[in-house]
Ligand binder design. Sequence first.
Ligand SMILES: C=C1C[C@]23C[C@H]1CC[C@H]2[C@@]12CCC[C@@](C)(C(=O)O1)[C@H]2[C@@H]3C(=O)O
Ligand SMILES: O=C(O)CCC(=O)C(=O)O
Ligand SMILES: [Fe+2]
Length: 356
Amino acid sequence: MATLSEAYGDSPLGLQHIIPLDFDSIHELPDSHIWSDHVNDHDSEKYTHLKHAPKNEESSVPIIDLSAPNVVELVGNACETWGMFHVINHGVSSILVNNVESHARQLFSLPTQHKLKALRAPGGATGYGVARISPFFSKLMWHEGFTIMGSTVEHAKELWPHGYEDFCNVMDNYQKRMKSLAYQIMLLILKFLDITKEEEEEVISVSSIHESDADGALQLNSYPCCPDPNRAIGLAPHTDSLLLTILHQSETKGLQIHRNGVGWVPVPPVSGALVVNIGDLLHILSNGRLPTVYHRAVPNQDRHRVSVAYFYGPPVESIIGPLNKLPSPIYRSLTVKEYISLKNKHRGKALSLIKI
Ligand SMILES: C=C1C[C@]23C[C@H]1CC[C@H]2[C@@]12CCC[C@@](C)(C(=O)O1)[C@H]2[C@@H]3C(=O)O
Ligand SMILES: O=C(O)CCC(=O)C(=O)O
Ligand SMILES: [Fe+2]
């Protein structure tokens, strides 16, 4: 087995866990989509004090300029305290980002029957469908997604038999740009973790996180206008599995992260910025020093939100574990593919299952 797509294809899902709701035809939140216990906990007292707190590092996700001279420290501190940051001056052209978003919108605005032509296969990993984590929840999400791993020509042909090239080119270019940005950020984080140049080269070759070796996936997310957003969930709480994620969340709010002792905190979009967050594999690599972020997305009543997430990870056959120089490893080493399979079976419990 060599690819991310094969690693995910390993855990087949039933069609009931793949086919999204036909959102166009629904004008009232169906019982299947009512999440009674989430309600607006970000409106709670706990959050009110946060909302009025001065805008300092303690109250909102930091915004980091990638060209700042002390960027290593800024990125490292943000990763340690938030596991997440906004990045500006990232070098990815806003034309490309907007182009990806508008192609994603075009895809999701196709009629349901048409989108189903690119439905993810039960044993597949790519294409149109509900979120991978859906089987873990009894309620359904107000969400539809389209997953890309490498070339998306096959699915694009199913959707647009004559005129799929544009979509494919944009997605290819974006994946390339994301991969090199992710690698650049990964090097800053390794520097922060105090890895010497030689060790850095060793880490890079051992866990194959080099730009040219790394594997990645692109997820287009759609959260249609929702008749009762306070009782619905766009994307249920989860942590991302790979090393790090780079998210473009357009101009519409919806992303939230969970902060201990505070609850769900919104991460409003910052114009021109991309959101970077730590995933499980980087948490493992840092021996628990960098937190993997528990986050979710909520829908809006009158705005159709689209987001684009790039997941950056090492090749699935490579072995990942706490960096050698870090004392007393708290996690055992394992292959990426083994971790993916644990996560597909146990979701949030996967990390505790590899604790030493
Ligand atoms: C490479 C990845 C990363 C995946 C699985 C696969 C493709 C789609 C990604 C997501 C996207 C939506 C949230 C998530 C939790 C989901 O359900 O599918 C992500 C998951 C992960 O980070 O675990
Ligand atoms: O839409 C968002 O803001 C979050 C998306 C996300 O968490 C994901 O794709 O993993
Ligand atoms: Fe996520």
